[in-house]
Design a protein around this ligand. Structure first.
Ligand code: HXC
Length: 259
Protein backbone atom coordinates (compact mmCIF):
# COMPACT_ATOMS: atom_id res chain seq x y z
CA UNK A 1 0.00 0.00 0.00
CA UNK A 2 1.53 3.32 -1.13
CA UNK A 3 0.48 6.59 0.50
CA UNK A 4 1.74 10.19 0.73
CA UNK A 5 1.15 10.44 4.48
CA UNK A 6 1.22 6.89 5.81
CA UNK A 7 3.68 4.01 5.96
CA UNK A 8 2.32 0.50 6.25
CA UNK A 9 4.44 -2.56 6.96
CA UNK A 10 3.91 -6.02 8.34
CA UNK A 11 5.97 -7.97 10.85
CA UNK A 12 4.62 -11.49 10.73
CA UNK A 13 0.99 -11.31 11.72
CA UNK A 14 1.19 -7.74 13.06
CA UNK A 15 0.57 -4.66 10.92
CA UNK A 16 2.33 -1.37 11.67
CA UNK A 17 0.67 1.78 10.38
CA UNK A 18 2.70 4.92 10.85
CA UNK A 19 1.33 8.42 10.40
CA UNK A 20 3.94 10.10 8.22
CA UNK A 21 3.62 13.86 7.99
CA UNK A 22 6.36 14.78 10.44
CA UNK A 23 6.94 18.35 9.16
CA UNK A 24 3.49 19.26 10.50
CA UNK A 25 3.85 16.98 13.54
CA UNK A 26 1.52 14.52 11.76
CA UNK A 27 -1.44 16.91 11.87
CA UNK A 28 -4.48 15.30 10.27
CA UNK A 29 -5.53 17.02 7.06
CA UNK A 30 -8.17 15.95 4.57
CA UNK A 31 -5.72 13.95 2.43
CA UNK A 32 -4.22 12.13 5.41
CA UNK A 33 -7.63 11.19 6.80
CA UNK A 34 -8.77 9.94 3.38
CA UNK A 35 -5.62 7.83 3.11
CA UNK A 36 -6.18 6.51 6.64
CA UNK A 37 -9.70 5.54 5.62
CA UNK A 38 -8.43 3.61 2.58
CA UNK A 39 -5.65 1.95 4.61
CA UNK A 40 -8.05 0.75 7.32
CA UNK A 41 -10.52 -0.54 4.72
CA UNK A 42 -7.76 -2.46 2.89
CA UNK A 43 -6.29 -3.91 6.08
CA UNK A 44 -9.77 -5.03 7.13
CA UNK A 45 -10.48 -6.52 3.69
CA UNK A 46 -7.12 -8.34 3.46
CA UNK A 47 -7.65 -9.95 6.88
CA UNK A 48 -4.01 -11.11 6.92
CA UNK A 49 -2.93 -9.70 10.29
CA UNK A 50 -4.03 -10.46 13.85
CA UNK A 51 -3.17 -7.14 15.51
CA UNK A 52 -2.50 -3.59 14.28
CA UNK A 53 -0.13 -0.99 15.73
CA UNK A 54 -0.69 2.69 15.00
CA UNK A 55 2.21 5.08 15.63
CA UNK A 56 3.67 8.36 14.37
CA UNK A 57 6.88 9.28 12.51
CA UNK A 58 9.17 11.82 14.18
CA UNK A 59 8.60 13.53 17.52
CA UNK A 60 4.82 13.51 17.38
CA UNK A 61 2.12 10.86 17.39
CA UNK A 62 -0.48 13.27 15.98
CA UNK A 63 -0.62 16.96 17.01
CA UNK A 64 -4.31 17.18 16.14
CA UNK A 65 -6.38 18.05 13.14
CA UNK A 66 -4.69 20.45 10.71
CA UNK A 67 -5.45 23.92 12.08
CA UNK A 68 -4.44 25.83 8.94
CA UNK A 69 -6.84 23.69 6.89
CA UNK A 70 -9.70 24.27 9.35
CA UNK A 71 -9.21 28.03 9.68
CA UNK A 72 -11.61 29.14 6.91
CA UNK A 73 -14.13 26.33 7.04
CA UNK A 74 -17.85 27.10 7.11
CA UNK A 75 -19.97 25.25 9.70
CA UNK A 76 -21.05 22.80 6.98
CA UNK A 77 -17.48 22.16 5.82
CA UNK A 78 -16.37 21.76 9.44
CA UNK A 79 -19.12 19.19 10.00
CA UNK A 80 -18.05 17.25 6.91
CA UNK A 81 -14.47 17.27 8.19
CA UNK A 82 -15.61 15.97 11.58
CA UNK A 83 -17.60 13.23 9.82
CA UNK A 84 -14.54 12.16 7.79
CA UNK A 85 -12.39 11.76 10.92
CA UNK A 86 -15.15 10.28 13.06
CA UNK A 87 -16.02 7.66 10.43
CA UNK A 88 -12.45 6.45 10.03
CA UNK A 89 -11.84 6.39 13.80
CA UNK A 90 -15.04 4.39 14.22
CA UNK A 91 -13.80 1.93 11.57
CA UNK A 92 -10.61 1.52 13.61
CA UNK A 93 -12.64 0.92 16.77
CA UNK A 94 -14.82 -1.64 14.98
CA UNK A 95 -11.93 -3.63 13.47
CA UNK A 96 -12.22 -7.24 14.62
CA UNK A 97 -8.54 -7.38 15.53
CA UNK A 98 -7.03 -5.46 18.47
CA UNK A 99 -5.51 -2.09 17.62
CA UNK A 100 -2.68 -0.77 19.78
CA UNK A 101 -1.66 2.90 19.72
CA UNK A 102 2.10 3.24 20.24
CA UNK A 103 2.21 6.90 21.25
CA UNK A 104 5.66 8.30 20.55
CA UNK A 105 5.06 12.03 21.20
CA UNK A 106 2.31 14.64 21.03
CA UNK A 107 -1.21 13.16 21.08
CA UNK A 108 -3.25 16.35 21.04
CA UNK A 109 -6.82 17.06 19.95
CA UNK A 110 -7.52 14.71 17.04
CA UNK A 111 -4.34 12.80 17.99
CA UNK A 112 -5.64 12.03 21.45
CA UNK A 113 -8.97 11.11 19.82
CA UNK A 114 -7.21 8.72 17.42
CA UNK A 115 -5.46 7.05 20.36
CA UNK A 116 -8.81 6.78 22.17
CA UNK A 117 -10.31 4.89 19.21
CA UNK A 118 -7.63 2.21 19.66
CA UNK A 119 -8.10 -0.68 22.10
CA UNK A 120 -4.84 -0.31 24.00
CA UNK A 121 -2.56 2.71 24.41
CA UNK A 122 1.17 2.35 25.12
CA UNK A 123 3.02 5.64 25.62
CA UNK A 124 6.64 6.67 25.36
CA UNK A 125 7.79 8.55 28.46
CA UNK A 126 8.07 11.55 26.08
CA UNK A 127 4.41 11.46 25.03
CA UNK A 128 2.12 14.38 25.83
CA UNK A 129 -1.65 14.32 25.82
CA UNK A 130 -4.36 16.94 25.68
CA UNK A 131 -7.55 18.23 24.13
CA UNK A 132 -6.52 21.84 23.40
CA UNK A 133 -9.55 22.61 21.21
CA UNK A 134 -10.98 25.32 23.54
CA UNK A 135 -7.76 27.30 23.08
CA UNK A 136 -8.68 27.47 19.36
CA UNK A 137 -12.33 28.35 19.90
CA UNK A 138 -13.73 24.89 19.08
CA UNK A 139 -14.88 21.70 20.79
CA UNK A 140 -13.30 18.29 20.13
CA UNK A 141 -14.82 16.89 16.92
CA UNK A 142 -13.42 13.41 16.30
CA UNK A 143 -15.18 11.74 19.25
CA UNK A 144 -13.22 13.24 22.17
CA UNK A 145 -16.26 14.43 24.13
CA UNK A 146 -17.59 10.86 24.01
CA UNK A 147 -14.57 8.52 24.23
CA UNK A 148 -12.52 10.53 26.74
CA UNK A 149 -15.17 10.45 29.54
CA UNK A 150 -15.81 6.77 28.79
CA UNK A 151 -12.09 6.13 29.26
CA UNK A 152 -11.01 8.40 32.13
CA UNK A 153 -14.35 9.27 33.72
CA UNK A 154 -16.48 12.38 33.36
CA UNK A 155 -14.68 14.65 35.82
CA UNK A 156 -11.15 14.22 34.41
CA UNK A 157 -12.47 14.40 30.84
CA UNK A 158 -14.20 17.69 31.62
CA UNK A 159 -11.07 19.07 33.28
CA UNK A 160 -8.90 18.17 30.26
CA UNK A 161 -11.40 19.47 27.71
CA UNK A 162 -12.35 22.70 29.58
CA UNK A 163 -8.76 23.69 30.48
CA UNK A 164 -7.00 22.48 27.31
CA UNK A 165 -4.08 21.48 29.59
CA UNK A 166 -1.39 19.15 28.32
CA UNK A 167 -0.46 16.20 30.55
CA UNK A 168 2.60 13.97 30.51
CA UNK A 169 2.63 10.20 30.01
CA UNK A 170 2.84 9.40 33.72
CA UNK A 171 -0.23 11.53 34.47
CA UNK A 172 -2.00 9.94 31.50
CA UNK A 173 -1.30 6.53 32.99
CA UNK A 174 -2.49 7.63 36.45
CA UNK A 175 -5.88 8.67 35.07
CA UNK A 176 -6.25 5.53 32.95
CA UNK A 177 -5.73 7.20 29.59
CA UNK A 178 -2.79 4.93 28.75
CA UNK A 179 -2.12 1.34 29.72
CA UNK A 180 1.67 1.50 30.04
CA UNK A 181 4.51 3.99 29.84
CA UNK A 182 7.84 2.78 28.44
CA UNK A 183 11.23 4.29 27.61
CA UNK A 184 11.17 6.19 24.31
CA UNK A 185 13.67 3.84 22.64
CA UNK A 186 11.69 0.76 23.70
CA UNK A 187 8.26 1.95 22.52
CA UNK A 188 8.04 0.05 19.25
CA UNK A 189 9.66 -3.07 20.67
CA UNK A 190 7.36 -3.17 23.72
CA UNK A 191 4.25 -2.45 21.65
CA UNK A 192 5.23 -5.13 19.13
CA UNK A 193 5.86 -7.58 21.94
CA UNK A 194 2.30 -7.13 23.18
CA UNK A 195 0.87 -7.27 19.64
CA UNK A 196 2.81 -10.44 18.83
CA UNK A 197 1.69 -12.10 22.06
CA UNK A 198 -1.94 -11.38 21.14
CA UNK A 199 -1.28 -12.62 17.58
CA UNK A 200 0.14 -15.89 18.92
CA UNK A 201 -3.32 -16.97 20.11
CA UNK A 202 -6.29 -18.04 18.04
CA UNK A 203 -7.88 -14.94 16.53
CA UNK A 204 -11.34 -16.28 17.45
CA UNK A 205 -11.44 -15.69 21.24
CA UNK A 206 -9.57 -12.40 20.78
CA UNK A 207 -12.11 -11.02 18.31
CA UNK A 208 -15.06 -12.34 20.33
CA UNK A 209 -13.63 -10.76 23.49
CA UNK A 210 -13.22 -7.41 21.74
CA UNK A 211 -16.76 -7.58 20.39
CA UNK A 212 -18.14 -8.58 23.81
CA UNK A 213 -16.38 -5.67 25.54
CA UNK A 214 -17.09 -3.03 22.90
CA UNK A 215 -20.72 -3.98 22.31
CA UNK A 216 -21.39 -4.94 25.91
CA UNK A 217 -20.22 -1.54 27.20
CA UNK A 218 -23.10 0.02 25.23
CA UNK A 219 -25.75 -2.31 26.71
CA UNK A 220 -27.51 -2.83 30.01
CA UNK A 221 -25.73 -5.44 32.13
CA UNK A 222 -28.24 -8.26 31.56
CA UNK A 223 -28.19 -7.92 27.76
CA UNK A 224 -24.40 -7.70 27.91
CA UNK A 225 -24.24 -10.95 29.92
CA UNK A 226 -26.43 -12.59 27.25
CA UNK A 227 -23.91 -11.45 24.65
CA UNK A 228 -21.04 -12.92 26.67
CA UNK A 229 -22.91 -16.24 27.01
CA UNK A 230 -23.47 -16.39 23.24
CA UNK A 231 -19.88 -15.58 22.31
CA UNK A 232 -18.50 -17.95 24.96
CA UNK A 233 -20.69 -20.74 23.56
CA UNK A 234 -19.65 -19.91 20.00
CA UNK A 235 -15.98 -20.52 20.91
CA UNK A 236 -16.94 -24.20 21.36
CA UNK A 237 -17.86 -24.38 17.68
CA UNK A 238 -14.22 -23.69 16.79
CA UNK A 239 -11.37 -26.15 16.22
CA UNK A 240 -9.10 -23.87 18.21
CA UNK A 241 -11.10 -24.35 21.42
CA UNK A 242 -10.62 -28.12 21.11
CA UNK A 243 -6.93 -27.61 20.27
CA UNK A 244 -6.29 -25.15 23.13
CA UNK A 245 -7.87 -27.39 25.73
CA UNK A 246 -6.42 -30.66 24.33
CA UNK A 247 -2.95 -29.05 24.37
CA UNK A 248 -3.38 -28.09 28.03
CA UNK A 249 -4.61 -31.54 29.04
CA UNK A 250 -1.78 -33.27 27.10
CA UNK A 251 0.85 -30.83 28.40
CA UNK A 252 1.91 -29.58 24.96
CA UNK A 253 1.90 -26.27 23.09
CA UNK A 254 -1.30 -25.54 21.15
CA UNK A 255 -1.22 -25.08 17.38
CA UNK A 256 -3.99 -22.67 16.59
CA UNK A 257 -5.44 -22.46 13.07
CA UNK A 258 -7.81 -19.54 13.61
CA UNK A 259 -10.66 -21.88 12.77
C1 HXC B 1 -1.34 22.26 11.61
C2 HXC B 1 0.52 21.98 12.93
C3 HXC B 1 -0.26 21.44 13.97
C4 HXC B 1 -1.66 21.30 13.75
C5 HXC B 1 1.79 21.48 14.61
N1 HXC B 1 1.76 21.99 13.38
N2 HXC B 1 0.56 21.14 15.00
N3 HXC B 1 -0.02 22.40 11.76
N4 HXC B 1 -2.15 21.74 12.56
N5 HXC B 1 -2.48 20.76 14.64
C6 HXC B 1 2.92 22.49 12.60
C7 HXC B 1 3.37 23.87 13.06
O1 HXC B 1 2.57 24.86 12.50
C8 HXC B 1 4.79 23.90 12.55
O2 HXC B 1 4.79 24.18 11.17
C9 HXC B 1 5.25 22.45 12.72
O3 HXC B 1 4.06 21.67 12.80
C10 HXC B 1 6.04 22.24 14.00
O4 HXC B 1 5.27 22.73 15.08
P1 HXC B 1 5.82 23.75 16.18
O5 HXC B 1 4.67 24.43 16.79
O6 HXC B 1 6.90 24.63 15.60
O7 HXC B 1 6.50 22.72 17.20
P2 HXC B 1 6.70 22.88 18.78
O8 HXC B 1 7.16 24.30 19.11
O9 HXC B 1 7.53 21.73 19.19
O10 HXC B 1 5.24 22.75 19.41
C11 HXC B 1 4.57 21.52 19.34
C12 HXC B 1 3.07 21.68 19.70
C13 HXC B 1 2.46 22.80 18.83
C14 HXC B 1 2.93 22.03 21.19
C15 HXC B 1 2.41 20.32 19.46
O11 HXC B 1 2.79 22.55 17.45
C16 HXC B 1 0.96 22.90 18.95
O12 HXC B 1 0.45 23.45 19.92
N6 HXC B 1 0.26 22.41 17.91
C17 HXC B 1 -1.19 22.49 17.86
C18 HXC B 1 -1.81 21.50 18.79
C19 HXC B 1 -3.34 21.60 18.79
O13 HXC B 1 -3.89 22.66 19.12
N7 HXC B 1 -4.01 20.54 18.38
C20 HXC B 1 -5.48 20.48 18.32
C21 HXC B 1 -5.92 20.86 16.95
S1 HXC B 1 -7.67 20.92 16.86
P3 HXC B 1 5.82 25.23 10.51
O14 HXC B 1 5.36 25.28 9.07
O15 HXC B 1 5.66 26.51 11.25
O16 HXC B 1 7.16 24.58 10.71
C22 HXC B 1 -8.19 19.35 16.68
C23 HXC B 1 -9.67 19.16 16.48
C24 HXC B 1 -10.03 17.76 16.08
O17 HXC B 1 -7.43 18.45 16.72
C25 HXC B 1 -11.44 17.68 15.58
C26 HXC B 1 -11.67 18.24 14.23
C27 HXC B 1 -13.05 17.96 13.69
Amino acid sequence: MEFNNLIYQKQGEVGILSINRPKALNALNQELLSELNIAIEKITENADIKALLITGEGKSFVAGADISQMLDKSPEEARNFAVLGMDVFRKIELMEIPVIAAINGFALGGGCELALACDIRIASEKAKFGQPEVTLGITPGFGGTQRLPRTVGEAKAKELIFTGDMIDAETAQNIGLVNNVVEADALLEESLKMAKKIASYSSIPVKYSKAAINRGMQMDIDSAMELEKDLFALCFASEDQKEGMAAFVNKRKPEFKNK
